[in-house]
Design a protein around this ligand. Structure first.
Ligand code: GLN
Length: 251
């Protein structure tokens, strides 16, 4: 089995070490003997799903980078990415990438950057009296996962935008500590089919190994629905998660 990681705008959308998500996915697949190829999908390059397992990553970025790529995204690439999601493909969007997976991201200058409409949500700029939403986050995911467990995720957020979920959007998680989508409604991120959106940088995946495996398994099962992942020794990853989570719980 081979896994292809399609890294969207790798050199532009890589805020706060989101490239660590690529490394976490690559290593946890390779540790199970799965060959991995990483394909950077930059400006002007099309999304090309393969006959093997595909996984798409869209990292975080400042308003400037989001503005620079939005024309490229609103063409065939956005339509192709939306088709991947509608077909059950695995996509992870983080912060700026997540924002552009909604209907639009409005910059502080009032420019509405069109999103690809995967999630029923939009993001507005912070008002003059509102601060950026910055800090560590602990959140509990909504849905029990494949393993029947309701997991928690920990990460770091830094965004000015406030994301408002529409009626057809399902939050990814509920905030325990931190701000999440907008610092008001207690939701964090969004989720639909096998597409995940989150504000959590950190990077997110290294200290949330269950989520990394869930993304990999989701991609593998699109090729072989009997695919399984053998357990790994996650003691280091769990310690990393616990160190952040326990510190946050203590406030
Ligand atoms: N530019 C967006 C905002 O400030 C996203 C930032 C990010 O990706 N961390 O809300």
């Amino acid at each position: 089995m081979k896994l292809t990681i399609h890294h969207l705008y790798a050199d532009m959308m890589n805020l706060y070490g989101d490239r660590g998500n690529v490394i976490a996915i690559k290593k946890r697949a390779e540790w199970r003997g799965i060959a991995v190829e990483v394909v950077d999908v930059g400006l002007g390059e099309s999304i090309s799903p393969t006959s093997s397992a595909d996984l798409f990553l869209f990292g975080g970025g400042q308003d400037r980078e989001q503005t620079l790529l939005v024309e490229d995204l609103s063409g065939m690439k956005g339509a192709d990415l939306r088709a991947v999601v509608e077909d059950g493909g695995v996509v992870l969007g983080v912060c700026g990438g997540y924002q552009l997976m909604g209907h639009y991201y409005e910059t502080p200058e009032g420019q509405k950057l069109p999103g690809i409409g995967v999630f029923d949500m939009y993001t507005r700029p912070r008002r003059g009296d509102e601060a950026r939403l910055i800090g560590n986050v602990l959140a509990r995911v909504r849905a029990p996962e494949e393993d029947g467990v309701v997991h928690e995720v920990a990460g770091f957020e830094n965004h000015g935008g406030r994301t408002e979920l529409g009626d057809d959007a399902e939050p990814f998680a509920d905030v325990i500590v931190g701000y999440g989508n907008n610092g008001r409604d207690g939701t964090e991120g969004a989720r639909r089919l096998n597409a995940y959106g989150t504000y959590l940088h950190g990077s997110l995946l290294p200290k949330n190994p269950w989520l990394t495996d869930q993304l990999v398994l989701g991609a593998l099962r699109r090729v072989d629905d009997r695919a399984e992942l053998e357990p790994l020794d996650d003691s280091a990853e769990r310690d990393a998660f616990a160190s952040v989570a326990n510190r946050l719980r203590k406030g």
